[in-house]
Design a protein around this ligand. Structure first.
Ligand code: AG3
Length: 325
């Protein structure tokens, strides 16, 4: 019998394959191509524009880490905003906090919410919570008109291509900082660091956010279906430090049962591998010291200047990199 596989390219020269039992859904919305597959290994899988957004088997890792880290640091969250997150996973985790009074969710694509409700009932299970206001709108336009409104903002976006692109701009982060109440926390999905294109985006995102907030940190999680199984989240706040202001006893006293997040792991997640640290602080990509031959030429070229959106991220000094080994 013919086998069915779905491939996602993690770089031009590397892909992962999921063996598929069946395609359950496929439709173009006004914004993107949305597909749902029933996979053998990961259960149901949501794919947008050929990029895996979530699977039933590992979505808990992403949604717990994007939600519980800021919620465990802020001492009194009353109002929260989710930008994106149409599948409902982040909303599900936020709704577990009884003291939250109001949650606004701004998702550009109503079809994502519909598909999530139809195919991922264990993820999209909190849209009926009375504290939730769901708006179908562009997140950038929404935050432009918000002032001092939210204690926590979570940006649960796609990659910075297509509909998610505006959620990776300086203008958006600046507007989020105004939309936060005094001392609020902004968390975003911050891309990966291993493959070239993801790493350039992660580096650019850090470079854009760090001048805006007093504290800008990055933390990591092991997410099997995302490129290299390793993904970053950004933590930004003018008041809160993710570790110094973190009170594990307070969070543990809530008695929330989680499958990935715990207060020990919270501390560990902010300890970054050296190559990730170098990427964020010096703009040096792993590809810069693992130079390889592509099509007969060495890539990337010597004296590489890392440019993103016309802005120089780093002028690489290869003699220094060689020294690091
Ligand atoms: N948001 C997408 C994370 C980026 C995945 N990127 C990739 N596979 N190249 C996830 C939405 C879950 N609520």
């Amino acid at each position: 019998m013919m086998e069915l596989w779905f491939s996602e390219f993690h770089s031009t020269d590397f892909k992962v394959d999921f063996r598929i039992r069946k395609q359950l859904y496929g439709q173009y919305s006004d914004y993107q191509h949305i597909q749902v597959f029933d996979t053998y290994e990961f259960g149901r899988m949501l794919v947008m524009d050929n990029i895996v957004m979530l699977t039933e088997k590992d979505e808990f890792i992403y949604h717990e880490m994007i939600t519980h880290v800021p919620m465990a640091v802020h001492s009194n969250v009353e109002r929260a905003l989710i930008i994106g997150g149409g599948d409902g996973g982040t909303l599900r985790e936020l709704c577990r906090y009884d003291d939250l009074k109001e949650i606004v969710m701004v998702e550009i694509d109503s079809l994502v919410v519909k598909v999530a409700k139809d195919y991922f009932p264990s993820v999209a299970n909190s849209f009926d919570d009375p504290r939730v206001t769901l708006l179908f709108e562009d997140g950038l336009r929404y935050v432009r008109r918000c002032r001092d409104m939210f204690d926590v903002i979570i940006v649960d976006s796609t990659d910075p291509f297509g509909p998610g692109e505006s959620l990776f701009t300086k203008e958006f982060y600046g507007n989020c900082s105004h939309a936060l109440r005094d001392g609020g926390i902004l968390v975003n999905q911050h891309e990966g660091t291993f493959y070239h294109n993801d790493a350039v985006e992660a580096s650019a995102t850090y470079k854009k956010t760090s001048p805006i907030f007093k504290n800008t940190f990055v933390y990591q999680a092991h997410i099997p279906v995302y490129p290299a199984g390793h993904w970053l989240f950004g933590f930004m706040s003018d008041r809160y430090h993710p570790l110094d202001d973190f009170d594990p006893d307070r969070w543990n006293a809530r008695g929330l049962k989680t499958d990935y997040y715990n207060t020990e792991l919270h501390r560990g997640a902010f300890a970054l591998p050296n190559y990730v640290y170098r990427l964020l602080h010096e703009g040096v990509l792993l590809d810069h010291y693992y130079r390889r031959a592509i099509g007969g030429t060495v890539w990337p070229p010597q004296n590489d200047t890392l440019v993103h959106d016309g802005e120089v991220l780093a002028d690489i000094d290869f003699s220094e990199i060689e020294k690091h080994g």
